[in-house]
Design a protein around this ligand. Structure first.
Ligand SMILES: *[C@@H]1O[C@H](CO)[C@@H](O)[C@H](O)[C@H]1NC(C)=O
Ligand SMILES: *[C@@H]1O[C@H](CO)[C@@H](O)[C@H](O)[C@H]1NC(C)=O
Ligand SMILES: *[C@@H]1O[C@H](CO)[C@@H](O)[C@H](O)[C@H]1NC(C)=O
Ligand SMILES: *[C@@H]1O[C@H](CO)[C@@H](O)[C@H](O)[C@H]1NC(C)=O
Length: 506
């Protein structure tokens, strides 16, 4: 096709997509360098989708520890390294040795890519974190298309890793490559840290970050992660916090062997009765945690925060419908989101050693372990929480005068992460979102624990931002994972606009 015609056709398609997504608004068309950048991205969108297709075709499953998938992971990392090299980046594929599995098997860990484009001391340096491994997927799990063949249906690009996280990583690369192709100076120095073990717990990554703190990361000013989702199908979001988690085990023991209720029932303190009382003392039916002092360090709510919650786009009815929960503890959008993001919550997960099979068995379990965890928020201190939990359970237990033994341990601790939304990169991202999407972003947090942001914040001690591209219904980790073509392409523009805004604000 005549290039001019093709350009027109492509702009028309882009306009249709905008209309379809309900994003038709009166925001002014971009001018200056961004104009050419956006046109280039629109014109080359099929190429960008083709590259995503090639990346999705690599079965880079890090969850199943088998040699075949490890080979695929190595191939994936090599493809990414090659792509970055061809863009002119300096690329270092850092060998992380091997991983010892519980069954004695040893598997090589895919390398982490550290890459750099531009080294101008006058420019700010932004480092992008992403991962190229995926969760397991098989068509018979309930996929409508082959998970490793990127398939477009109604503007949705289905494939494992499309949104988590290959699409967003490529969107960042697309933005960089557009500046290169147009021979426009990159507005910022760019660094990449790409790993291949995120879905398996980022094996060996923290150690590497510590080692590179004064080398690779010494020149980094800002860190960007794009590995979560919007809260909405249409409205972009910026993420500024994640909850932490502290996980507890409480064991109550009479003896190692189980007992029979006909022989012993009535003459001893039963471990299950003690444990049920302990677990029952943790949280009331309104979701309020009953451990004394637990709320003391929770940051008070500010007026600014309240306004941010009011502005968030959440269809409560749809949210409730898709959750298939009859009724939540709270009725308003604000209360629900605050209790997911900025208040602690306590969940009881299970009891090990209890009789949990169908049918009848008159057993008295001799030793049982209750498992529960607390989602932590700023400014809760994990070691203080640990003390409060232990003190509370000891008090409850001692009031029962039980002859059993109780032991409490905190087995996992992840700190909460919160960013300063007034940091330069948040302001730049907001401006870029306004330019590309013509709207203010939802300012959101995540109720889950995503350790990487906190790790970067603590070790590198630079501002960390999560700038997601995917829509709420992308189905990360689930069957029929997808990224919308629109999100992928506009996301590439968003990153390009972000580079320019960072340079302006610097
Ligand atoms: C929620 O489900 C009800 C009952 O199935 C339905 O009538 C309603 O339209 C749904 N609302 C949304 C927003 O999906
Ligand atoms: C948490 O509390 C402990 C004990 O009170 C204190 O030593 C520690 O510095 C605190 N940690 C943080 C991160 O505030
Ligand atoms: C536990 O023992 C104390 C002191 O002997 C007694 O006052 C109390 O009532 C007992 N509590 C229970 C629950 O048996
Ligand atoms: C951000 O800046 C605004 C305006 O200067 C100020 O009102 C607000 O308190 C700041 N927020 C934070 C979280 O620092």
């Amino acid at each position: 096709m005549d290039p001019k015609l093709r350009r027109m056709a492509s702009s028309f398609v882009a306009l249709l997509l905008l209309l379809e997504q309900g994003m038709f608004s009166s925001f002014p068309p971009p001018s200056g360098p961004l104009d050419r950048v956006f046109q280039y991205i629109d014109l080359h969108q099929d190429e960008f989708v083709q590259t995503l297709k090639e990346w999705v075709a690599v079965e880079s499953d890090s969850v199943q520890p088998v040699p075949r998938f490890r080979q695929e992971l190595f191939r994936m990392m090599a493809m990414a390294a090659d792509k970055l090299q061809r863009l002119g980046a300096g690329v270092d594929s850092v060998d992380l040795g091997s991983q010892q599995l519980p069954d004695g098997q040893s598997l090589p860990i895919p390398p982490v890519i550290l890459a750099q484009l531009g080294n101008d001391p006058k420019k700010t340096t932004v480092c992008f974190y992403g991962h190229l491994d995926v969760q397991s997927a098989q068509q018979d799990d309930g996929w409508l298309t082959d998970p490793y063949t990127l398939t477009e249906v109604d503007g949705k690009l289905y494939g494992r890793g499309a949104t988590d996280n290959k699409g967003p990583v490529l969107a960042w690369i697309n933005a960089v490559s557009t500046f290169r192709a147009l021979e426009q100076d990159l507005p910022v120095n760019i660094k990449f840290i790409l790993e291949g073990m995120e879905e398996a717990g980022s094996v060996a990554l923290e150690e590497l970050i510590r080692k590179e703190k004064d080398r690779f990361f010494s020149s980094v000013d800002y860190l960007v992660i794009s590995d979560n989702l919007w809260l909405s199908r249409k409205k972009p979001a910026l993420t500024y916090g994640t909850r932490g988690n502290s996980y507890f085990m409480v064991e109550v023991k009479c003896r190692d062997q189980d007992l029979h209720s006909g022989t012993f029932g009535g003459i001893l303190n039963e471990p299950m009765a003690d444990l049920v009382a302990l677990l029952g003392s943790l949280v009331d039916s309104s979701g309020h945690i009953l451990i004394p002092g637990i709320y003391d360090q929770v940051a008070p709510i500010t007026e600014e925060e309240k306004k941010m919650y009011e502005a968030i786009d959440l269809d409560l009815e749809q949210y409730q419908n898709s959750s298939q929960v009859e009724k939540f503890l709270f009725d308003t959008k604000e209360e629900i989101l605050m209790h997911l993001w900025r208040y602690p919550s306590l969940s009881i997960h299970g009891i090990e050693g209890a009789f949990d099979e169908p049918g009848i068995k008159t057993v008295i379990p001799g030793r049982v372990t209750g498992k529960f965890s607390i989602r932590l928020v700023p400014h809760m201190n994990m070691s203080v929480v640990e003390k409060q939990v232990k003190q509370h359970l000891e008090d409850v237990f001692s009031k029962r005068n039980s002859s059993n033994q109780m032991a409490i341990s905190m087995v996992v601790g992840v700190q909460p992460w919160i960013a300063n939304i007034n940091d330069t990169q948040y302001l730049a991202a907001k401006r870029a979102i306004r330019t590309v999407f013509g709207t203010e972003p939802d300012m959101i947090q995540d109720g889950s624990s995503i350790p990487i942001a906190k790790i970067f914040q603590d070790i590198i001690q630079k501002s960390v931002m999560m700038l997601p591209l995917g829509a709420v219904d992308d189905g990360e980790h689930s069957q029929n994972e997808k990224i919308n073509r629109w999100n992928y392409i506009e996301g590439s523009k968003l990153f390009a606009a972000f580079f320019l805004e960072m340079a302006k604000l610097h």
